[in-house]
Ligand binder design. Structure first.
Ligand code: NAD
Length: 453
C-alpha cells in the first residue's frame, strides 16, 4: 500500500494501491483508443472543452490549493498562487488549437505546405515539488495540440493529479484522453518510457533520472523533453540596489523550502559589498516565518520527507561556514531552518551540487568577467538573476550566462506565456509559451504539384 503523508505533521492522509506495469499498459491502451477522436475534433471544439476544463479548475481553486498544501506542506498562499497558474495555463492553451499554423513555402512546380500534427499518446512524468503545476505545463499544450496522455505523478504527491483526473472528466473531457497512474518511477515511469505506443515522454525531475530516461527512450526513438536540476546564480554587483537584492535573495532560494529547480542557490556577490550584503540579508532570513502551512502568515513549510531532510542536512556538517541560520519548528514534521553558508568556494560541494533545500552558498567575485566565469562554472544552466543599476551591463551579463531563463533585478523565472527550460545538464526543450507546442507536434510537409498535365 502506498501511504501518502502530510510532511508538516507526518500523518497519513491517504492510502493508495500503487499501480503496476500492467496498469500503465492499460492506461496507454485507453489513451490510444481515445486518440483518433480527440485528434479529429474540430479545433474550435477542442478549444471549447479545454476552456471548460480551465473554468472548472478556477471553480476548484481552493479545494486544489488545500489538497496541494496538505500533500506537500507548502504554505497555503503559495498553493493558491500555484493553482491559479494551473488554471491560467489551461486558459492560455485553450486558445491554441486554432492557432497551430503551418507554412506555405514557394517551391518550383507547385506549392509546399506544412501541418503541425499531434504525436499520439504522450507520457508525462513529474516530480513532487510543484506537483500539479508542472503537470499542467505538460498536459495543457499536449491536449491543445491533439495528443492524449498518461500522467505519472511522484509517489509522494499524487493527490492533486488524481483530483485533476476527476475534474477533467466532470468538465466533459472524453474518456481516455487524460489518464493518471500512481506508482513507482522505476516500474510505472520506466514502462511509459519503454512503451512502443507512447510517442513522447516529457519528464521533470532530477538530472540523474533524466539521464536514464534519455537512454531508455533511445530504444523506441521516443521524443523526450527533460526539465532537470539547477544550481542557479544570483549575481549581485556593487552598483545594485543592495537593499532590494538582499530582501529578494532569501525568497529566491527559500521559497518552497528550497525545493525549487529555479532556486537561486548560489549568491555571487561583488567582494567590495560582500559583508554589507550579508548584513542586509540577515533580518530577512532570521525573520522568515517557518511553520504550519495552513497559517496564512507562513512563508516556508517543511521538507517533503525524512529522507530528503537527511540529505539536505548532509550539506551543513558541523564545520560548515554557517553565517546565518533561521528558525524552524520542533516536533513532528520534516522541518529544516533556512541556512546561509558564507563565504563558500564555488568548487565546494554545497556550491556545486543541487541541494534542493533551504541552504544557500554565498560566493564572492572580483569583477564582471569573474562573475560570469563563476556563474557558468556548473553542469547546470536553468535559471538565475542579475542585480545591477547598469542596464548595459545587465544585458551583457544576461547574454553571457549559460542558462535557459534569467531575470534582471527580479527573482521570478516562470510565466505562462514565456518559454521555460534549461541549457547544459538542466534539460532539453522548452515548456510554456507558444514554444511548448513545438514539442507536442511534428511538422508534416505536403507538396502539391501545380504542373499542367
Ligand atoms: P526524481 O527524478 O526522483 O523523480 C521524478 C519523477 O520521475 C517521479 O515521478 C519518479 O517516480 C519518476 N521516476 C523515477 N525513476 C524513474 C525511472 N527510472 N523511469 C521513469 N520515471 C522515473 O525527482 P524528484 O526527487 O521527484 O524531484 C526533484 C528533482 O526535480 C530535482 O532535481 C529538481 O531540480 C527537479 N526539477 C526540475 C524542474 C525543471 O523544470 N527543470 C522542475 C521541478 C523539479
Amino acid at each position: 500500500m502506498l501511504e501518502v503523508l502530510n510532511p508538516a505533521t507526518e500523518e497519513v492522509v491517504e492510502r493508495l494501491e500503487p499501480a503496476t506495469e500492467g496498469d500503465a499498459d492499460a492506461a496507454v491502451a485507453r489513451a490510444r483508443e481515445a486518440y483518433p477522436a480527440w485528434r479529429a475534433l474540430e479545433p474550435a471544439d477542442r478549444s471549447r472543452l479545454l476552456r471548460r476544463l480551465a473554468d472548472a479548475l478556477d471553480a476548484e481553486h481552493e479545494n486544489l490549493a488545500r489538497l496541494e498544501s496538505k500533500n506537500t506542506g507548502k504554505p497555503i498562499g503559495d498553493s493558491r498562487g500555484e493553482m491559479g497558474m494551473v488554471a491560467e495555463t489551461f486558459h492560455y492553451y485553450a486558445g491554441m488549437p486554432e492557432r497551430l499554423l503551418g507554412d506555405t513555402i514557394p517551391v518550383s512546380g507547385g506549392v509546399d505546405v506544412t501541418f503541425r500534427e499531434p504525436l499520439g499518446v504522450v507520457g508525462l512524468i513529474v516530480p513532487w515539488n510543484f506537483p500539479l503545476t508542472i503537470a499542467s505545463w505538460k498536459m495543457a499544450p499536449a491536449l491543445a495540440a491533439g495528443n492524449t496522455l498518461v500522467l505519472k505523478p511522484a509517489e509522494l504527491t499524487p493527490l492533486t493529479a488524481l483530483e485533476f483526473e476527476r475534474i477533467a472528466l466532470e468538465a466533459g473531457m472524453p474518456e481516455g484522453v487524460v489518464n493518471v497512474v500512481v506508482g513507482p518511477g522505476s516500474k510505472v515511469g520506466k514502462r511509459l518510457v519503454e512503451h512502443p505506443d507512447v510517442a513522447k515522454v516529457a519528464f521533470t525531475g532530477s538530472t540523474e533520472v533524466g539521464k536514464g530516461i534519455m537512454a531508455e527512450a533511445a530504444g523506441t526513438i521516443k521524443r523526450v523533453t527533460l526539465e532537470l536540476g539547477g544550481k542557479s546564480a544570483n549575481v549581485v554587483f556593487a552598483d545594485a540596489d543592495l537593499e532590494k537584492a538582499a530582501a529578494s535573495a532569501p525568497v529566491a532560494v527559500f521559497g518552497n523550502a528550497g525545493q525549487d529547480c529555479c532556486a537561486r542557490s548560489r549568491i555571487l556577490v561583488e567582494r567590495g559589498v560582500f559583508d554589507e550584503f550579508l548584513s542586509l540579508m540577515e533580518p530577512a532570513v532570521t525573520g522568515m516565518r517557518v511553520g504550519d502551512p495552513f497559517d496564512e502568515g507562513t512563508e516556508m513549510g517543511p521538507l517533503i520527507s525524512a529522507d530528503h531532510r537527511e540529505r539536505v542536512a548532509s550539506y551543513v556538517p558541523e564545520d560548515a561556514p554557517v553565517a546565518i541560520r533561521g528558525q524552524a519548528p520542533e516536533g513532528s514534521g520534516f522541518w529544516y531552518p533556512p541556512v546561509v553558508l558564507a563565504p563558500v568556494d564555488n568548487k565546494d560541494r554545497a556550491a556545486a551540487e543541487e541541494i534542493f533545500g533551504p541552504v544557500v552558498a554565498v560566493i564572492p567575485f572580483e569583477d564582471e568577467d569573474d562573475a560570469v566565469r563563476l556563474a557558468n562554472d556548473t553542469i547546470y544552466g536553468l535559471s538565475g538573476s542579475i542585480w545591477t543599476e547598469n542596464g548595459a551591463r545587465a544585458l551583457r551579463v544576461a547574454r553571457r550566462i549559460e542558462t535557459g531563463v534569467i531575470s534582471i533585478n527580479s527573482n521570478t523565472s516562470v510565466r505562462v506565456a514565456t518559454p521555460f527550460g534549461g541549457m547544459k545538464q538542466s534539460g532539453v526543450g522548452r515548456e510554456l509559451g507558444p514554444h511548448a507546442l513545438d514539442l507536442y507536434t511534428e511538422v508534416k510537409n505536403v507538396y502539391l504539384s501545380t504542373e499542367e498535365d
